[in-house]
Design a protein around this ligand. Structure first.
Ligand code: P1T
Length: 379
């Protein structure tokens, strides 16, 4: 079936008890058992809940995977994935990651004996150089948050598998509508469902999708053992959001492109990071592995003062962390989402004090352009 058909139907048969067309919110902590060892497939809601299972089936299908697990947040999903590994194992991670992912790796998981190398995963040679005998995982974002760099997923997967290393892609920025990493060889896809999958800025959640049955069994064990599960109400919100993912992403693509082109020619803007622009260093690769370029853009205003002026002056765009909702959000990576990345590393990556990030929503794009124009005029 097509993407939209799957998004609307997979995992969501009419409720067998009532015929309800929408999967109910099974707001229950436990399930009554008929006798010892006899139940209807559900025992305790940390282990499995029907609303969450519906979402897990749906997300697995959309990513072209066999197994999906939903977690309390994107960070909980990444944390669960990383606990598949053990002390002494080494992970190669992209150097331009969501600040919270870097913080989890650098300030939490390192304490448990996992080793990390942060490299530019756009350059295959840099990954190759960082491989140690104990390297078990390559973890990338593409596009990256917030510089919008693109990594060649197929090439990295090939390299990883030659060395018996697993590969994970955080697909939050693109969503499965724009790219499907498992089909290009990745072993895991991670999502913050908080973003495009939910799409309405009304729930925090995460997911991991994969194909390997043995790894899936272990991840399910971890999901139940550690317990950072997505609740039924939040699972339902993501299920509802996903039904319109294709429509929303098509509009994010359109609005993102209009906004990126407009900013690119703007006299107050020094540089625009958007993979849809032909000036983007990995534009051709983005065209090859993505279906559209999405709604995330970052641009350079030149100074903290200029960024502050823009962020204070916008009226329609909202100054807030997060992304991927129907409404346009604008943020300042250096002091907000990426404040936990050390200054020297931020500077090396181009996460300057003047960098502004926009999650272009699905409003009428003329209104968004006019809002940005009046804010930039104040510089
Ligand atoms: O916020 P949470 O659901 O835990 O997801 C974390 C996360 C993981 N991966 C990526 C690529 C992300 O962008 C995020 C969260 N990012 C923001 C809150 C932000 O504004 O960038």
């Amino acid at each position: 079936m097509g993407f939209s058909t799957d998004a609307i139907h997979v995992g969501q048969e009419p409720d067998p008890a009532t015929g309800a067309i929408i999967v109910p919110i099974y707001q229950t902590s436990t399930f009554v058992q008929e006798e010892l060892g006899k139940n209807k497939g559900f025992e305790y809601a940390r282990t499995a809940n029907p609303t969450r299972v519906a979402l897990e089936k749906n997300l697995a299908c959309l990513e072209g995977g066999r197994f999906g697990y939903a977690f309390a947040s994107g960070m909980a999903a990444t944390n669960a994935l990383l606990t598949l590994f053990k002390a002494g194992d080494h992970v190669i991670a992209g150097h331009d990651l969501y600040g919270g992912t870097f913080r989890l790796f650098d300030r939490v998981l390192k304490n448990f004996g996992l080793g990390f190398s942060f490299v530019n995963t756009c350059a295959l040679a840099e990954i190759e150089k960082a491989i140690h005998p104990n390297t078990r995982l390559i973890f990338i974002e593409t596009p990256t948050n917030p510089i919008m760099q693109i990594t060649d997923m197929e090439a990295v997967a090939k390299l990883a598998h030659q060395r018996e290393i697993l590969m994970a892609v955080d697909n939050t920025f693109a969503s499965p509508y724009l790219q499907r990493p498992l089909g290009l060889g990745a072993d895991f896809v991670v999502h913050s469902t908080t973003k495009y999958l939910n799409g309405h800025s009304d729930g925090v959640g995460g997911a991991v999708i994969l194909n390997d049955a043995a790894l899936a069994e272990r991840l399910k064990f971890i999901q139940n053992a550690a317990g950072a599960i997505l609740g039924p109400m939040d699972s339902w919100l993501v299920l509802r959001g996903v039904k319109t993912l294709a429509l929303r992403m098509a509009r994010h693509n359109e609005n993102g492109m209009v906004m990126a082109k407009h900013l690119d020619g703007h006299p107050k803007v020094k540089h625009v990071n958007y993979p849809g622009l032909s000036s983007h260093p990995q534009h051709e690769l983005a065209r090859k592995q993505m279906r559209g370029f999405g709604g995330m853009i970052s641009f350079e205003t030149g100074s903290l003062e200029n960024a502050r002026t823009v962020l204070k002056s916008v009226r329609l765009c909202s100054l807030a962390e997060s992304l991927g909702g129907v409404e346009t959000l604008i943020s300042h990576p250096a002091t907000m989402t990426h404040a936990s990345v050390p200054l020297e590393q931020r500077q090396r990556l181009g996460i300057t004090d003047g960098l502004v990030r926009i999650s272009v929503g699905i409003e009428d794009v003329e209104d968004l352009v006019a809002d940005l124009d009046q804010a930039l005029a104040k510089i």
